[in-house]
Design a protein around this ligand. Structure first.
Ligand SMILES: CC(C)(COP(=O)(O)OP(=O)(O)OC[C@H]1O[C@@H](n2cnc3c(N)ncnc32)[C@H](O)[C@@H]1OP(=O)(O)O)[C@@H](O)C(=O)NCCC(=O)NCCS
Length: 274
């Protein structure tokens, strides 16, 4: 269930005590009660630092949630893509977003948080955000923080064809083609995995991708996920369960990619409908 920030409108303290990530560990942290004191061998020693206000993470209590994307998220996705990928060659075009969100939005997932207007929250997707889908009187909006945008292919890895957009795809009778989304394909190609820069590095990318894998596991609509990654991202995907198949033949954005795949679990269907 979406939870919003309206319940927590406290302004941040000017300074926050936090544990140094590369602490030298010189001071002992006090135990609240004597009964909770641990033995000297197990007692953790911590060094605390005061993080200057300018370096503090501003948006706390995000309560992020995921939901499938639709074409109504087009502007927010384009804004997110432009902000997340500093190299324009790595970005999907607005046309590709429109195509994928229109044809297979059920394969695309966004991670959001709910924000009150004029709350001072900053995000490149704010201007494209829409009211959340409840009749809230406070005008709260749902702000896109990250997305996974995908389509299906008949191949077992991402290919240049799978990344294309068929001509006249939105005409009433589009000509069948190998380019773009293949409804009967058994491989889901992840074209874009991205978080807004201000929200990277705090686990949201992992939450988003794990939620995506969970959604697709056992859904029965595909056998595997595939994507292409630059070498510096290979380890991140491997940590999340993907396998590196080596250099990719794709020439998107000038090439130099690695093929990554993740086999989906095929859970037995336990529900019947109709
Ligand atoms: C890639 C991206 C989606 C990751 O999301 P994120 O929220 O920043 O990453 P997370 O905070 O979830 O990372 C979780 C873990 O991966 C680690 N990690 C982050 N980047 C890594 C990298 N390049 N290689 C290996 N591990 C990495 C983190 O240290 C963290 O590890 P921990 O849980 O053990 O501490 C995000 O950084 C992004 O949008 N980058 C720009 C766009 C992009 O490059 N997309 C990928 C295209 S292939």
């Amino acid at each position: 269930m979406p939870r919003d920030l309206s319940k927590d409108e406290r302004s941040a303290d000017p300074v926050t005590l936090t544990e140094s990530p590369n602490s030298v560990m010189t001071e002992r942290s006090p135990s609240p009660t004597s009964s909770e004191q641990s033995s000297p061998s197990t007692e953790r020693q911590r060094q605390f630092v005061i993080v200057p206000e300018a370096q503090q993470v501003e948006a706390t209590n995000l309560h992020p949630y995921t939901r499938p994307l639709t074409v109504s998220d087009l502007d927010a996705c384009v804004a997110l893509e432009n902000a997340a990928f500093t190299n324009p060659n790595d970005r999907a075009t607005p046309e590709k977003f429109k195509y994928r969100l229109s044809k297979c939005g059920e394969l695309c997932l966004g991670i959001y948080c709910t924000v009150l207007p004029n709350s001072g929250f900053r995000a490149e997707t704010l201007a494209a955000s829409r009211p959340i889908e409840t009749a809230r009187k406070n005008g709260a909006i749902s702000v896109l923080l990250g997305h996974v945008v995908a389509s299906k292919t008949n191949d077992s890895t991402a290919t240049d064809d799978s990344m294309g957009v068929p001509e006249n795809w939105d005409s009433p009778h589009p000509v069948p083609t190998k380019r773009g989304h293949q409804e009967a394909g058994r491989t889901i190609v992840l074209h874009s995995v991205a978080l807004l820069p201000g929200f990277q590095g705090r686990g949201l990318g992992r939450v988003l991708l794990m939620a995506y894998v969970q959604n697709m596991n056992g859904a029965g609509i595909a056998d595997r996920l595939a994507l292409i990654a630059h070498d510096h991202m290979v380890a991140w995907y491997e940590k999340l369960g993907f396998t590196n198949l080596g250099k990719s033949a794709t020439q998107f954005g000038g090439g130099g990619w690695f093929d990554m795949i993740l086999e989906l679990k095929q859970l037995q269907s336990r529900a019947t409908y109709g």
